[in-house]
Design a protein around this ligand. Structure first.
Ligand code: ACM
Length: 638
């Protein structure tokens, strides 16, 4: 009998702990996943007169102030900050420790029913601990006005956390479309919540020069403005003769100082990019003498002037959009530009672009031929390399390191350059093997300008990248020195991003996957666990009025053909637990329509296939409509 009671008690105990654990797991949903997370029983309830204990250090007080302001806004509580050292009961205590076992940017967070202790070695660690703490609170904590919550509980946890990589970036292209200081600040707010620490601003391109250079005023008087067009990039019409350039904008020095400070207060560095020698129409429109090809230039509104023939052939321009490497005065121009860039941005690196330089005008250029002869350059890769090496000297002379897109490897890498690998990982691997620093941002995992779902419901872009694939991003390739792989970043090119709502839609949730790849331990990566957390964070984004893509709920469509008249369709879903319902009869399916089980044959004479996903008898995906013409195209039927 005693034995029976003992077994019963043991079973009851195990069951109880299991329930507690399961309950705890439901309550925490942190992105990026912490290095170590233990969910304990119970929670800490915020009191309406909470104190936050902080050490006597301004940087920590600033972080505490941001935290307190947010909690006051959402709760309406009266929260105060007090100086102190050590953990104080019924409070939230921030501690600075000298313990070298806590890595840089790392923190320890202990929550139990009597209080919260957040310990770190440096302010960045405290900042990241605060982001985790906020994610442990209900989504309403992000509200700007008090929410109707009876209680604000933080689940009891023990967390030890630190990042896997030191470079955790997002790139924002502010040239193709201009985003104001306020809009960039909002983007910084969003990224900082997910522990990104680097914002790469692509400041110049064919469609606009966005940075005031006081010694070269025409760059923004002329180069920041273009004629206004709306539609599909690459198919927009050229400026009409005499048409006013009304679309654009640029950042003044004061704007940049404000942005840099705002970012620094959120532990985000800003990497400035001035993209040369290609992608330079805006600079040429301002100063045509920078070109090897005399002529009149305009800031492109998104018309087609670059041709991509495919099939391994090099692209070429119908306009020369490059700064000429053979004009000596151009290096004085670049010196002036990088002098001001270096003064404005405190970050240790400057990005010089270097990507996608068309060669067809250089091939015919007499100054280029003369340069090749004088400098003994055997081909145009070496011409580009000559240019990049001179730019590196300029950037290094300002006390900065140079980074460039992986084309800077072509023709020989500049001696101290870091490489941002975008055409896959191979450029990064090659650079690391040569002993250079590398940031990984390969198109196949990290290009968040690509469509994230089926082309029938996404704004058109020439390639796709689903969340699940993004989540497979592994920045550290085998066989290279891990110290040289500084980290990675996702790139948001904005040719097709006209406003901040769409900028958010393209960023989230894929930036969650990038954040986790760059912060969390590799061995903890688990797609279905991540997908659940993503869904929780959809709710948080909604509360914060941030748009996201719901593409994970839509079917994945694979089309093939049996013969020239028979189209076959396979369907799948990115996440588990969805049913896909379909119609071929032009009506809109719901969950009473057939559920997909196996490969479908498109019925003879059908003109559309319509699809929608359901979960628990509720529609969750968007209605997708594929026309017969589209199905035929995908099947390869003429
Ligand atoms: C790039 O996407 N051209 C770097």
């Amino acid at each position: 009998m005693k034995k029976f009671v003992l077994v019963f008690l043991l079973v009851a105990f195990v069951f109880h702990s299991y329930c507690q654990q399961a309950k705890g797991k439901i309550e925490t949903s942190i992105i990026p996943l912490p290095t170590s997370l233990i969910v304990n029983n119970g929670s800490f309830k915020l009191s309406p007169a909470l104190t936050v204990i902080v050490p006597k250090k301004d940087e920590i007080k600033k972080i505490a102030d941001q935290f307190i302001k947010q909690v006051i806004a959402a709760t309406g509580y009266k929260i105060t900050m007090k100086e102190g050292t050590g953990t104080v009961a019924n409070s939230i205590s921030f501690l600075l420790s000298t313990d070298n076992n806590i890595p840089d940017e790392g923190y320890r967070l202990k929550v139990n029913s009597t209080g919260v202790t957040l310990t770190a070695k440096n302010p960045a660690g405290i900042f990241y601990g605060v982001q985790t703490l906020l994610q442990l609170l209900p989504p309403d904590i992000q509200r700007k006005f008090p929410a109707d919550h009876k209680e604000w509980n933080i689940p009891a946890v023990t967390i030890e956390d630190y990042p896997r990589f030191g470079w955790r970036g997002l790139m924002l292209d502010v040239s193709r479309h201009f985003f104001t200081v306020a809009e960039v600040k909002e983007y910084i707010d969003q990224m900082a919540k997910y522990k990104f620490n680097l914002l790469h601003l692509h400041l110049t391109d064919d469609q606009g020069w966005r940075l005031e250079i006081k010694s070269l005023p025409k760059l923004t008087e002329v180069g920041a403005w273009r004629v206004e067009r709306t539609g599909t990039f690459g198919r927009l019409s050229k400026p009409e003769p005499g048409e006013k350039a009304t679309y654009g904008g640029f950042y003044t020095h004061e704007d940049i100082k404000e942005l840099v400070k705002y970012a620094a207060d959120r532990f985000v560095n800003i990497l400035p990019e001035v993209d040369v020698p290609g992608h330079s129409l805006a600079a040429l429109a301002s100063y045509p003498e920078l070109s090897c090809t005399p002529g009149e230039y305009y800031v492109s509104p998104g018309d087609q002037f670059m041709i991509w023939p495919g099939g391994g052939q090099h692209f070429y321009g119908t306009l020369d959009n490059t700064i000429c490497p053979a004009i000596e005065k151009n290096y004085e121009f670049l010196d002036k530009v990088f002098t001001e860039v270096a003064q404005l941005f405190p970050f240790g690196y400057i990005h010089m672009g270097g990507d996608e330089t068309a060669r067809n005008f250089w091939e015919k250029s007499e100054p280029i031929k003369a340069l090749m002869k004088k400098e003994n350059l055997k081909d145009l890769d070496e011409v580009q390399s000559y240019f990049v090496k001179r730019v590196e000297k300029i950037i290094n002379s300002k006390g900065k390191k140079m980074i460039g897109w992986d084309e800077i490897l072509d023709g020989g890498l500049a001696p101290n350059a870091a490489v941002m690998s975008w055409r896959g990982m191979k450029g990064g691997i090659e650079a690391a093997k040569l002993g250079h620093e590398v940031v990984m941002s390969p198109t196949d995992f990290a290009y968040i300008d690509y469509m994230q779902g089926d082309a029938s419901i996404e704004p058109p872009v020439y390639a796709s990248l689903r969340l699940k694939k993004t989540y497979q991003f592994e920045p550290l390739p085998e066989g290279v020195d891990a110290k040289l792989i500084k980290g990675g970043q996702a790139n948001l090119w904005t040719e097709q991003v006209y406003n901040t709502r769409h900028m958010q839609y393209m960023t989230w949730p894929r930036a969650f996957a990038i954040a986790e790849a760059l912060w969390s331990p590799k061995e903890k990566r688990n797609w279905s666990d991540f997908a659940k957390r993503v869904e929780h964070h959809f709710g948080r984004l909604e509360t914060a009025n941030v748009k996201y893509s719901p593409a994970i709920y839509d079917p994945i469509v694979s089309v093939s053909k049996k013969d020239t008249a028979t189209i076959l369709v396979k369907l799948d879903t990115e996440i588990e637990g969805l049913s896909i319902h379909y119609s071929f009869d032009n009506s809109f399916p719901d969950n009473f329509y057939p559920a997909y089980k196996e490969q479908l044959t498109v019925p003879r004479d059908a003109t559309t296939m319509k699809l929608i996903t359901y979960r628990n008898n509720k529609p969750i995906g968007r209605m997708m409509v594929l026309t017969l013409a589209e199905l035929k195209k995908r099947a390869g039927i003429k």
